[in-house]
Design a protein around this ligand. Structure first.
Ligand code: FAD
Length: 457
């Protein structure tokens, strides 16, 4: 039994069924997908969570083929590789080649020279934040005008608060295993080729014709009646079956009515702040640690404009804003430039993120203030003219888990719980990575582990 039908829980369910095991999935929502939902309204297509995903693992293709949705997949326009970063109120393209790096206006000559020292920097001694690691290896300017906006784009986070080892394990491993980033990138590329994996900067970006929710919808359909929506789990209890085997009982409420479900194993695929209360009877200290994971609020402001209102070409993915630039938005995705069918003919769709760890209070502005703030920033940064003809605001009070210092100890504590309470498992984007591809890799790995343990019982 799985509690939570986000992409993590659904992936575990998919691979458990492939291993021949029966599985029931409960979710409090009225559709599968968790944060991954798509709203289609008139000619506008609004993503409530991920606007796209990176094809970092072959599991995507395997699952899309198995679910019969491979033909629905859309790859982003190749121009989407171009991303802009704001510096001194101007959008500068992020250089994608050594030649472009040398001529880029994004960093000063001094900043570029500092980057070239990277291969000669030694290893760090203790657990570092992303900011400490990048400052030490690459210098302050690269931290401010590359990593800071990147962390805002991925985690809606603050590099000074995230653990480099937990939040960017591949980056950290380049130093740990190879002694430096440049050296590691060269050697790591060869190793990835062998594993048929793709680096995040090489993987192709995709969505679906009808948006990202195509994927969880197909996963949900494949479960048939074994996906039980509008079921809010309230507690998890362990008892012993008449045959002496451990069993888990999940108590839930559906339309106000209590119900329960029993199974030999329970996978908690809910956010950490929900898992906290389910875990408390088994481990008070892990429950407290789960409750401490910070999920900053994010508001996603989707605005539609006539194409003629744009003050510049939408020739890329969009732009990200470094904290140093002191703006009121984190960045904007030029959604209609990435995939067709995101805006009615003659119009464009822009998705802007507000709040995050950097400015949590801004995410709480009321709808009018929020839309007004975004429009005024887009006017100033992109020369947008006039008012939007369409607006939709999606709010996440707890958006994305921040992997802070000590996060890996928490992950270790989860493993200890799973050893001490056989049959109870935790999964979700607070463990093993927040990107959709990470959730697939973690979910598939967990399903393999559960199938192995069930067979050995
Ligand atoms: C605004 C935003 C933008 C993002 N953009 C991207 C992106 O562009 N690319 C990318 O790769 N990733 C992106 N992500 C991250 C990615 O979408 C998530 O990490 C991933 O979808 C999380 O999946 P999950 O299943 O772990 O969690 P969730 O999607 O949170 O699923 C948890 C599920 O548990 C259910 N649940 C909660 N409580 C209960 C209960 N008591 N009983 C039963 N069910 C319950 C919820 O209804 C939900 O369905 C983004 C996330 C957000 C929020």
């Amino acid at each position: 039994m799985i509690v939570g039908a986000g992409v993590s829980g659904l992936t575990v369910a998919y691979f458990l069924r492939r291993a021949g095991l029966g599985v029931t999935v409960l979710d409090t929502g009225d559709a599968p997908g968790g944060t991954m939902q798509t709203v289609i309204d008139g000619g506008w297509l609004v993503e409530t969570g991920p606007n796209s995903a990176l094809e970092t693992t072959p599991l995507f293709g395997e699952m899309f083929d198995g679910l019969g949705i491979a033909g629905e997949q859309l790859y982003a326009d190749p121009a989407a590789d171009r991303r802009y970063i704001l510096r001194d109120a101007l959008l500068h393209p992020l250089p994608m080649s050594p030649a472009a790096f040398l001529t880029s206006s994004l960093w000063s000559v001094r900043g570029k020279l500092r980057l070239m020292k990277e291969p000669f920097v030694g290893r760090g001694a203790e657990e570092e934040t992303v900011a400490q690691f990048v400052r030490r290896r690459l210098g302050e300017e690269f931290l401010d005008y590359a990593i800071n906006p990147f962390v805002a784009g991925v985690y809606a986070g603050d590099p000074a608060a995230l653990s480099v080892r937990a939040a960017f394990p591949k980056l950290y491993a380049l130093e740990e295993r190879y002694g430096g980033l440049v050296r590691g990138m060269v050697r790591g590329a060869g190793e990835r080729r062998k594993r048929a994996e793709k680096a995040k900067d090489r993987a192709r970006m995709f969505s679906f014709r009808a948006g990202m929710q195509t994927f969880p919808n197909a996963l949900g359909r494949s479960l048939g009646d074994e996906l039980r929506l509008k079921c809010t789990a309230a507690s998890v209890e362990r008892k012993t079956s008449p045959g002496g085997r451990p069993e888990f009982v999940v108590h839930y409420r559906r339309h106000g009515e209590p119900g329960s479900l029993e199974a030999p194993a329970a996978v908690l695929a809910v956010p950490a702040y929900i898992a906290e209360s389910f875990v408390r009877p088994f481990s008070g200290s892990l429950a407290a640690a789960l409750g401490r994971i910070f999920y900053p609020p994010v508001a996603e402001v989707f605005l539609g404009f006539p194409a003629s209102a744009m003050g510049r070409p939408l020739d890329g993915f969009g732009f990200l804003i470094p904290a140093k630039e002191k703006r009121k938005i984190l960045g904007t995705i030029w959604s209609s430039a990435l995939f067709p069918g995101r805006a009615p003919a003659g119009h464009v769709a822009l998705t802007t993120f507000v709040g995050g760890s950097r400015q949590p209070l801004l995410a709480g502005l009321d709808d009018g203030e929020l839309a007004g703030t975004v429009v005024s920033e887009l006017r100033s940064l992109m020369g947008v003219q006039g008012d939007p003809v369409y607006a939709k605001i999606i709010r996440w009070e707890k958006a994305i888990p921040q992997y802070g210092l000590g996060h890996l100890e928490l992950v270790e504590e989860i493993r200890t719980l799973e050893r001490n309470v056989p049959g109870l498992y935790l999964c979700g984007n607070y463990r093993g990575g927040i990107a959709v591809g990470d959730c697939l890799t973690s979910g598939e790995g967990l399903a393999r582990r559960i199938a192995g343990e069930m067979r050995n019982q």
